[in-house]
Design a protein around this ligand. Structure first.
Ligand code: GS8
Length: 217
């Protein structure tokens, strides 16, 4: 069977979410680069893959998918094995908790982290602009409130959904990776359970492989 194809540049945090899932389950895949500099993501060929002109998109035979969290779920279901079960769909309560924390990641964490990422990385690195420190400060304050909830949760279980690694944890990796090399990483140090959780995620082979590629372009 032909390997699945992921259309994405290395730098994309949403694409990294999908690549992490593929690495976690040991799936064979091909990454097809999309050149943002030439506007390839807005080309008719790419709009046929993702009508919003964004990355990532995933192609598996006749199936074309977009939205990284939906793609991640697909990959984790398709390539699930006893040693790589990141959705726990055989257990109703556990899978419900995975979904709760995936929603938290998308609706609470990503909302503030992506604004911080935009200010700290996208504006200065890609547009040559100046970071708006007021926006960073406002969102750091919101992030700290979210992290307080995480600290309480992670003082009761090793991972977000329970005492097992899940997609909910993996989904946090791409934006957190960038944040941890920023001057604001100390907000994690102040929360020992969150810090230990992050260290366990950052020690995974999938993290090392995908984030090394993210930094290479
Ligand atoms: C977000 C995709 C996205 O913002 C998902 O797949 O999870 N909810 C979607 N992709 C960005 C790159 S993010 O790393 C992108 O394609 N931006 C270009 C654009 O919006 O024009």
């Amino acid at each position: 069977m032909a390997p699945v194809k992921v259309y994405a540049p290395n730098m994309s945090t949403a694409a990294a979410r999908v690549l992490l899932c593929l690495e976690e389950v040991g799936a064979e895949y091909e990454q097809v680069p999309i050149n943002f500099a030439t506007g390839e993501h807005k080309s008719p060929a790419h709009l046929a893959r993702n009508p919003f002109g964004q990355v990532p998109a995933l192609e598996d035979g006749d199936l074309m998918l977009f939205e990284s969290r939906a793609i991640g779920r697909y990959v984790l279901r398709k390539f699930k094995s006893p040693g790589a079960d990141l959705l726990h769909e055989d257990n109703l309560a556990e899978s419900a908790m995975v979904n709760v924390w995936l929603e938290v990641e998308a609706q609470q964490y990503d909302k503030v982290m992506s604004l911080i990422f935009y200010q700290l990385i996208v504006i200065p690195v890609f547009y040559g602009g100046k970071t708006d420190e007021k926006v960073v400060a406002e969102n750091l304050e919101k992030l700290c409130k979210v992290l307080d909830v995480y600290e309480a949760r992670l003082s009761k279980s090793k991972y977000l959904a329970g005492d097992f690694l899940s997609f909910a944890d993996i989904s946090h990796i791409p934006l957190t990776h960038f944040f941890m090399s920023s001057p604001h990483a100390s907000v994690f140090d102040a929360r020992p359970h969150v810090k230990a959780w992050w260290e366990s995620l950052a020690s995974r082979p999938s993290y090392k492989k995908v984030t090394a590629a993210m930094s290479s372009k």
